[in-house]
Design a protein around this ligand. Structure first.
Ligand SMILES: [Zn+2]
Length: 160
């Protein structure tokens, strides 16, 4: 059982790259954190929130999913998690509730990447004023979202 919360799992750092927030991905950036978690591990939601939806991580690969939850104005997406089939939109999830199992994303890439859960935390729109000093964030105009450092969110530093 694994809870991504104040006690955070290690961040992926392997031959395929680093999993830090805003790590470089060629001409792009990494908008989340990759927490290294073995495929099949149970993923527990970090904070009490509302379940929003299950989405597809990649347009061309339907088996890889993300789970989106909402904590006030903050949205959190847990990528590469096979969802608990009992999740139902609009219902409350309590801290440490089981949301699904980590998927074998390393096997999918087969380039030495370790299995991990990619977590993104964002506000819709440009919300720089909501973010405390010292917390990393970036506004993405193409998505009209402000991404914040997931580690800061899990430490309770982000205003929901
Ligand atoms: Zn990632």
């Amino acid at each position: 059982m694994l809870q991504i919360a104040r006690l955070q799992p290690p961040i992926r750092n392997d031959i395929a790259g680093g999993g830090e927030f805003l790590a470089s991905r060629g001409d792009r950036l990494h908008y989340g954190i990759d927490y290294q978690i073995a495929a099949g591990s149970h993923v527990l939601v970090a904070k009490t929130c509302e379940f929003v939806k299950v989405g597809q991580a990649y347009g061309d690969t339907p088996e890889f999913k993300y789970i989106e939850v909402r904590d006030g104005d903050v949205f959190v997406r847990y990528f590469y998690v096979q969802p608990n089939p009992a999740l139902s939109s609009g219902t409350q999830l309590f801290e440490a509730e089981w949301i699904g199992c980590a998927q074998p994303i390393g096997q999918h890439y087969a380039n030495g990447m370790q299995d991990h859960v990619h977590v993104e935390v964002f506000y819709t729109g440009e919300k720089a004023l909501r973010i405390p000093n010292g917390v990393k964030f970036i506004y993405r105009p193409d998505k009209d979202r402000t991404y914040v450092d997931p580690a800061a969110y899990f430490r309770g530093e982000i205003i929901a």
